[in-house]
Design a protein around this ligand. Structure first.
Ligand SMILES: Nc1ncnc2c1ncn2[C@@H]1O[C@H](COP(=O)(O)OP(=O)(O)OP(=O)(O)O)[C@@H](O)[C@H]1O
Ligand SMILES: [Mg+2]
Length: 293
């Protein structure tokens, strides 16, 4: 049986006037996957997330959630939920009431004893058992972030969309929350689509990462693939490679003079320096390329 994708984009385009924010994106995210969109400012991460969540409508292409086209469905009719960087908690409500908010909406009409039970479970999930009676202003940034997360997860979305949710936290707390987020994601087993411009963050939490550039995907793969085998100079540079050299392939794979074994290349730099490398890009003799040490 073919497994239904959790989120799928098929040739999605989004323009704002002359700006092409998202340019013909296609992508399949599996159920329960922790998937990160990583890239520099303005590359289209937030726009992609908003397209999945229904806060934007594509100019062309299809957005699917659990196998169904959702292009024309408003956010509240999609089985996705969004957590924003600024938490967007209701300041006048207690933690309990913030978390219960979605359950108490008319459209859900969850019975009050059930609400209490679910809120208690959600507080436990984010380790805030003793904080239910407080108001957001009486919480630290990390605690507020946990409340926002609990409020989103209590509705049991199939997909949780997170836009730089840890951006406002200091480095130490961010590290701790990264671990927490990953733990929670594994515990609830919900698909997470996570936006960040922080390489380390994406690498440490994700099952797969999409590196974005100018509204397009530059490379999609596991953190290890992206870090160890960047397919482009942009990805290598963005992942923090600090010495990138240009050169030309002078021998590729076994049999050619200078190449010892299959899957390797010999590259010569402009200054006549030669190196051996794995042939990640399946290059042939004569191809121009870059490498990093
Ligand atoms: N409402 C809008 N109107 C016009 N242009 C927009 C709008 N929203 C986004 N853009 C443009 O679309 C492009 C992608 O923006 P987007 O917010 O998706 O980037 P991002 O990758 O999330 O960046 P950042 O890391 O800074 O949050 C940018 O060039 C941005 O200026
Ligand atoms: Mg953004």
């Amino acid at each position: 049986m073919k497994q239904v994708a959790s989120v799928e984009l098929a040739h999605v385009v989004k323009r704002y006037g002359d700006v092409i924010a998202v340019n013909d994106l296609s992508l399949v995210i599996g159920e329960g996957e922790f998937f990160s969109l990583l890239g520099p400012s303005g590359c289209g991460k937030t726009t992609t997330l908003r397209l999945i969540g229904g806060l934007e409508t594509p100019d062309s292409g299809e957005v699917y959630i659990s196998g169904e086209v959702v292009n024309d469905r408003p956010p509240y009719e999609r089985s996705s939920n969004i957590v924003f960087q600024n938490y967007a908690l209701f300041p006048h409500l207690t933690v309990n009431d913030n978390i219960a908010f979605g359950l108490r909406l008319k459209s859900r009409r969850t019975p009050e004893p059930e609400v209490k039970k679910l809120v208690a479970q959600a507080l436990e999930l984010v380790h805030l058992e003793d904080f239910g009676a407080r108001r957001p202003i009486q919480l630290s940034g990390g605690q507020q972030q946990r409340v926002a997360l609990a409020r989103a997860l209590i509705l049991r979305p199939k997909v949780l969309l997170l836009d730089e949710p840890l951006g406002a936290l200091d480095r130490k707390l961010r590290k701790a929350m990264q671990k927490e987020l990953r733990r929670i994601q594994q515990e609830v087993n919900i698909t997470f689509v996570y936006v960040t411009h922080d390489q380390e963050e994406a690498m440490s939490m994700s099952d797969r990462v999409a590196v974005m550039r100018n509204g397009d995907f530059e490379q999609i793969g596991s953190p290890q693939e992206i870090f160890q085998s960047p397919q482009t100079r942009f990805t290598a540079d963005f992942m923090g490679a600090c010495n990138i050299y240009s050169g030309r392939v002078i021998a590729a794979d076994a049999g050619e003079v200078g190449c010892a074994s299959a899957g390797t290349v010999q590259i010569e730099t402009e200054t006549g320096f030669t190196v051996m490398s794995r042939n990640n890009l399946e290059l042939s003799s004569g191809a121009a390329t870059s490498f990093s040490i």
